[in-house]
Design a protein around this ligand. Structure first.
Ligand SMILES: Cc1cc2nc3c(=O)[nH]c(=O)nc-3n(C[C@H](O)[C@H](O)[C@H](O)COP(=O)(O)OP(=O)(O)OC[C@H]3O[C@@H](n4cnc5c(N)ncnc54)[C@H](O)[C@@H]3O)c2cc1C
Length: 358
């Protein structure tokens, strides 16, 4: 059996991985492996601060990364600063060293069982939780997946998709299964026009500093700020993303955001004021109108499936969602209604704002 996976971001890589294990020969169509897309510039934080209905999928993903991609995953606590009522507001900044002191007082990482509340008030209505989690290097995942015998990269832009068929350049190829995981580009593919207007595209900026000396990730809902250490660099960003019309408009970093993030980093980690900034990057992300991922069959064709709308938590959820879709294809698992692609075609409720986690 042959499967096409259109889009080689984290969703497509994970789908390819599980489909190949289910016996498919997989062809990943990727328009440009060098674009700084969301998956390639991600901070790689496994976000375990998600609401209870979706948190089990994050834990499932973490276990998948640890089982199959041990080289790409590194244990690291998340310092999660939460505030009930405000997000992305200009609030206080806590120096990382102070968060680390608080961590010692809290008594080290709380158990993953979030029912055990090892949290601590840190002032200004903020609460700090220290959650054992992990950082994932998506570059390592890319290399590991493409080393698999049954997975092949096709460096080409898919211009159109029909039932069980992918068009790229002048060629048309037939497959038993087509999985669409093209992130922000979804409405640009002929055959998927019906998905236009069902999603928001957001652009998210990040900034990298040379030398990494932070052994934790920070998610600060009070200031809309996150920070993570990646090999050789510290990556920081602002969770408040800006809407864009087309994916390519999402690649230009916004200078005001960059300056703001740089100032927040300086306050968090004073020694970084002497370190050089190595890159500013921006990337488009896709979010459904109700901010939940969209997975499952694409109406009108029983062999086409979608894994879309991963918003700012795609690295956290992609493995579990890809396994869920593969098992649904095999008839072994139901996709929960809240995630199911069907809801995209039954827009009954009002339009909700997307999450601010991109
Ligand atoms: C700065 C930043 C930091 C982030 N940090 C985190 C984090 O710490 N933790 C977390 O869980 N998530 C994080 N995210 C979110 C996460 O990166 C995304 O949710 C995830 O990468 C989305 O993956 P994807 O595969 O759906 O889409 P993408 O990564 O956008 O991949 C889609 C792919 O499809 C390809 N493509 C598009 N159209 C075509 C076509 N027609 N033919 C062939 N190929 C095509 C594109 O080139 C691209 O490679 C972050 C995002 C950003 C921008």
């Amino acid at each position: 059996m042959k499967a096409a996976v259109v889009g080689g971001g984290i969703a497509g890589l994970m789908a390819s991985w599980f489909l190949s294990r289910a016996g498919y020969r997989v062809y990943i169509y990727e328009q440009n492996p060098n674009l700084p897309t969301a998956s390639r510039i991600s901070a790689g934080i496994i976000d375990l601060t998600l609401p209870p209905w979706i948190l089990p999928l994050a834990l499932e993903s973490l276990s998948i990364y640890r089982s199959y991609f041990r080289e790409a995953v590194r244990d690291a606590p998340i310092y999660w600063v939460s505030k009930l009522d405000s997000s992305c507001s200009d609030s206080t900044y806590r120096e990382l060293s102070k968060l680390q002191l608080v961590k010692d007082e809290v008594g080290g990482p709380a158990k993953v069982d979030l029912g055990v509340d090892r949290s601590m008030a840190v002032g200004h209505g903020e609460v700090l939780r220290v959650i054992p989690s992990a950082l994932v290097d998506t570059g390592d995942i890319y290399r590991a997946v493409l080393e698999s015998e049954r997975i092949e990269l096709v460096e080409a832009r898919a211009s159109a998709i029909s039932c069980g068929e992918v068009y790229a350049g002048s060629s048309r190829s037939k497959f038993d299964l087509v999985v669409v995981s093209v992130g922000a580009w979804v409405a640009e593919i002929a055959g998927l026009e019906m998905l236009s207007g069902k999603f928001h595209i957001y652009s998210c900026d990040s900034i990298s500093f040379k030398n990494g000396l932070v052994e934790a990730a920070v998610i600060d809902d009070s200031t809309g700020f996150y920070l993570a250490e990646r090999p050789g660099e510290i990556l920081a960003g602002d969770g408040c993303c800006k809407p864009v019309e087309r994916p390519e408009d999402g690649f230009s970093p916004d200078i005001d955001t960059i300056v703001d993030v740089a100032m927040k980093v300086e306050k968090r980690i004073p020694h970084l004021s002497h370190s050089s900034v190595t890159a500013f990057r921006s990337s488009p992300c896709l979010t459904a109108k109700d901010a939940a991922p969209v997975v499952g069959p694409i109406p009108g064709c029983s062999s086409n499936y979608a894994i879309l709308g991963l918003d700012g938590i795609g690295v956290t959820l992609a493995p579990a969602l890809a396994r869920m879709v593969t098992e649904a294809i095999e008839g072994r698992r139901e996709i929960p209604r809240r995630l199911s692609s069907e809801r995209q075609f039954n827009d009954v409720g009002g339009v909700l704002e997307p999450s601010s986690l991109c």
